[in-house]
Design a protein around this ligand. Structure first.
Ligand code: ADP
Length: 424
């Protein structure tokens, strides 16, 4: 809004005219010096007038809240447009949706990767994703990001997706095209699986011939033969473990069997006792008779890996406890506790990596391949469980398989009494 009053230009012209008129009158009636003085005074008044008006105009803009708000709003609008343009140009799909799951905004990549169109604005987000694996993920548990799912618009594209809160009411679905990465990962998996498969037959043949050779017939070669047998057995074990990992990595669903834990705990105790050959005290503590739903073969293999590690990394005279108990949330924990060497914190996070060993020589001496915990992690993942490690150097370790409530079945025929089995 313009302020009422004489404008700067009108005022200046009036003063200039007055000073010119004054100068003419002075020149006619007095002297040229008077005319010069009057003109100069007029110029000076105009300058002071300009400066005064300018000073008044500046603070008036600042103190005008309406105008300031409008300026701020327009600046924010420009910035918002710039942000939208930038997000709109992202190669990742971004969909903004509200508490009821209705689409509020999306970018161009969301149309390409997810099939979200303008007609879906205000509609439930599950609508364009109906029938896709991404839609199924969105309807169930989005607390965990989706790591590798086919794109709803093109099954040859692979997506990683996650949901993030946005403001108080809104959420963002972010989906990234990971097709190139997924292809590379597939190439790596195929390579490892093929190499392992190709090595299996020649290794079996070599191992077979070595078994035929009797060291008693060539006593001078006995130590060499023993070493060759041990190494070929180690290679066979590595190949078998790599093939197991490859099969687990394909992510194929494992059989859903009812796993009775009490007999399995007893089997594990017997296996540990056989491996320990009386060097350790081995106990089973079963605080529940709950069962598990999953693959008997794979769960046995994972649990047995932990038990064998406890035996191999616990010095003679140590104690190993195989524990099975339920948790307050309906889940259950299978754990193996030992009084062995323990593992320092910096190694713990990396133990489930392939071929990661705290001490390579100790692992080899004890017949390890460095793949055991990696297999355990994969088996647990496929059962919606996870591995937890607690350990302190010199004070032993506890490896726990934490199983989700959805995998825990009640005891067969009831009961929940404490069972204690032990071997020394
Ligand atoms: P490995 O075949 O070498 O035992 P794993 O994947 O089973 O391979 O274990 C990885 C490494 O973790 C082992 O080399 C060892 O250093 C360490 N480790 C595993 N279990 C234990 C344990 N109970 N106590 C101490 N160290 C352990």
């Amino acid at each position: 809004m313009r302020r009422p009053g004489i404008s700067i230009a009108t005022g200046s012209v009036a003063i200039l005219l007055a000073s010119v008129a004054g100068a003419i009158v002075a020149a006619l009636w007095a002297s040229p010096w008077w005319a010069f003085g009057v003109a100069l005074a007029g110029e000076a008044i105009v300058l002071v007038w300009w400066a005064w008006r300018a000073r008044r105009a500046a603070p008036s803009r600042q103190n005008n809240p309406g105008r300031a708000r409008a300026t701020r709003r327009s600046r924010l609008r420009t910035q918002l447009r710039a942000v939208r343009d930038a997000v709109g140009a992202l190669p990742d799909a971004v969909v903004l949706f509200d508490g009821q799951g209705r689409v509020r905004w999306f970018n161009a990549a969301a149309t390409r990767l997810l099939g979200v169109q303008r007609s879906h604005l205000g509609q439930p987000l599950v609508q364009p994703l109906a029938g896709s694996e991404l839609g199924a993920w969105l309807r169930t548990d989005t607390t965990q990001p989706a790591t590798d799912l086919p794109a709803p618009t093109d099954a040859s594209l692979r997506l990683a997706a996650t949901i993030m809160p946005f403001g108080r009411q809104l959420k963002l679905l972010l989906a990234r095209d990971i097709s190139a990465l997924s292809r590379l990962e597939q190439v790596r998996r195929d390579f490892v699986a093929n190499v392992s498969h190709e090595l299996r037959t020649p290794l079996t043949v070599i191992h077979g011939y070595l078994e035929l050779l009797d060291p008693a017939e060539v006593p001078e070669l006995a130590p060499v033969l023993d070493e060759m047998r041990m190494q070929s057995q180690r290679m066979r074990q590595i190949v078998e473990d790599l093939l197991t990992l490859s099969r687990l990595e394909t992510g194929d669903a494992l059989p859903d069997e009812e796993v009775a834990m009490i007999p399995l705990l007893e089997t594990l105790r017997r296996e540990a006792a056989a491996l320990s050959r009386g060097r350790h005290t081995i106990r089973v503590e079963a605080a529940t008779q709950a069962r598990l739903r999953g693959s008997i073969h794979h769960l046995h293999s994972a649990f047995s890996n932990l038990v064998s590690n406890a035996v191999r990394y616990t010095p003679t005279g140590g104690e190993i406890v195989i524990d099975w108990r339920q948790t307050a949330d309906g889940g259950a924990i299978f754990s193996v506790r030992d009084s062995g060497l323990g593992i320092s914190a910096e190694h713990q996070a990396r133990l489930t990596e392939r071929f990661y060993r705290v001490s390579s020589s100790r692992s080899r001496e004890s017949g390890g391949t460095g793949l055991g915990l990696s297999i355990v992690k994969h088996v647990l993942n496929l059962h919606q469980g996870h591995l937890a490690i607690e350990s302190e150097p010199g004070h032993g370790s506890t490896f726990s398989c934490v199983m989700d409530a959805s995998r825990v079945l009640p005891p067969d025929g009831g009961g929940g009494s404490r069972t204690g089995l032990s071997a020394a």
